[in-house]
Design a protein around this ligand. Sequence first.
Ligand code: SF4
Length: 450
Amino acid sequence: MPMGVRGMRPRLPAPPSLQQSSPYVTIGLLVREVKVALDKRQLYRLPWSMNDNPIAWLEITDICNLHCEGCYRQRLTGHKTLEEIREEILFLKRWRNPDNVSIAGGEPLIHPDIVEIVAFIAEQGIKPVILSNGVALEPLLLRELKGAGLSGFTLHVDSHQGRAEFPGASEADLNPLREQYAAMVADVGGMITVFNSTVYPSTYREIPDVVRWGNAHLDIVQGLVFITYRIAATDSQTGVDTTAHEVDISKLSYATESFDEEFVTGPEVVQSIHECLPAYEPAAYLGGTLRHDSFKWIAGAVVGSDGEVYGSVGARTMEVAQAGHHFFRRTYLAYLNQPTIGAKVFLMAPWDRTVRRAAKNWLRAVIKSPKRLFRPIRLQSYGIIQAPDIQADGRADMCDSCPDMTYYDGKLINSCRMDEYRLFGGLLSVVDRAKMATEREAVPEGGPEA
Ligand code: SF4
């Protein structure tokens, strides 16, 4: 049986952070109805910044054993040396003040020094978290990584990765693979497992299949992350570098010949999760660097036990978690070390009405089935990331206080756009081909002063 939210399903009123909205978004022949709009005043704006951010992004290789459609990286340089990587870790420790280092790539598990890298990060008092597609996961390596101090994994599994053993698979078809990976990590113990997937216009309607599966495995799945797909289309767009010269953006992995579907937005993902899991409410956000109305990161967490979700944590709890962690540990918080939080989360009920609702639902469940009193209360986090959106002037609306900044050539840059630095020496503007041609025609031969 698909295991969704079993037993009591709390019937929650529309949360204050979700307000009624209206329009329709058309994707090809499908029509997505946007019913809810997020209200920034009801959410906590995460206090992260460039120099004080819980996440530092470390890329140790650009070699991978899969070819995901939504990938931002291509193979240009191969594995970095252990010496280079140690220097980058020390740079990130100094300039990011991170709580965790996200070890990324490429596929980090295929780097020959992965265990030493994890150990070096842990020695710095920082939580190492590996971002992997899971293909190279195996019990012996897992035990070595755990011994080296690994905190956990964010495992990327979705239906556009070209996994040879899953041709034509849907998101639901991949749940057994997710389960296999999560069980393998849980068997070794002491590490968290979060799953992320890229959301394409064609897979938007499959989000509930992943959410219901995640809810049924609160014991081994500590979080779900949905990243909305973005790509540039070379038939209608072209790139301009920092010296105003046109460049060939087809060299980037995030450019394709043509793409005319409507990109999925973060608030739409919130709506999809909320529709299949009414107990879910978002609690915190990061806005955009250009647009006042964008939601680039949307964070939240549900509270439950035994496959039953009681409710969510609200903005107040997020605020206390961030401020408290910074007060006592001097860093902000992105990943919990401890997947089982216990009933202490309900101590926030007097100040957080979202937690209050969850506590009431838990009490009702305990009255109905007293053995629930002794079941561990677990948190499952929900992250939604809306990748960079190109604006009419060619600039991209990025995540304000980007949590995924990485080291490149002596500076911090947005990791999602590193290939623009590697291939073209800096960030590009992506502009409309037709508009650029019209502007060029308007300039008289010999330049504007001729
Ligand atoms: S701007 Fe930063 S956080 Fe946002 S998608 Fe890019 S790398 Fe990730």
